[in-house]
Ligand binder design. Structure first.
Ligand code: DQA
Length: 144
């Protein structure tokens, strides 16, 4: 079973980007953690990051027939992107939405997610460890 981990814009800067909000863990460290948890769960984990909305759409489309599940932190596109929501709906792959910060405790424009209604689960506010928690939850849901 393969799980695709997608990170969107500015998440390549984790570690130094607004650490009071997003913490000091780098994306490379998060991806190492996910690889370790994936090995423990006996699933293949593929991690991709892009700053571009259309590239996220391409990655989601490419997951059809390949990934059993998707974990996505679409960054700021989470609040705006119908194209990413449409791509996730089109491929019909179960997905979990992740945010490092608790988006519902932030500015009003961050309190809505275009992706949430179609998600199997939404996990936000646990910082970097949230990705591995979401991976465990999504794999358990897929195996149930
Ligand atoms: C984020 C929250 C978004 O509002 C923001 O634009 C991000 C990161 C998070 O992980 O908390 O880029 O998705």
């Amino acid at each position: 079973m393969k799980i695709l981990i997608l990170n969107g814009p500015n998440l390549n800067l984790l570690g130094t980007r607004e650490p009071e909000i997003y913490g000091t863990t780098t994306l490379a460290e998060i991806e190492q953690d996910l690889a370790a948890v994936g090995a423990e769960l006996r699933v293949t984990v593929e991690c991709r990051q892009t700053n571009h909305e259309g590239a996220l759409v391409d990655l989601i489309q490419g997951a059809r027939g390949d990934a059993a599940g998707i974990i996505i932190n679409a960054g700021a596109y989470s609040h705006t992107s119908l194209a990413i929501r449409d791509a996730l709906a089109a491929v019909a792959i179960p997905y979990a939405e992740v945010h490092l910060s608790n988006i519902f405790a932030r500015e009003p424009e961050r309190r809505h997610s275009t992706l949430a209604a179609g998600a199997r689960a939404l996990l936000c506010g646990f910082g970097a460890p949230g990705y591995a928690l979401a991976l465990r939850g999504l794999v358990a849901a897929l195996r149930a």
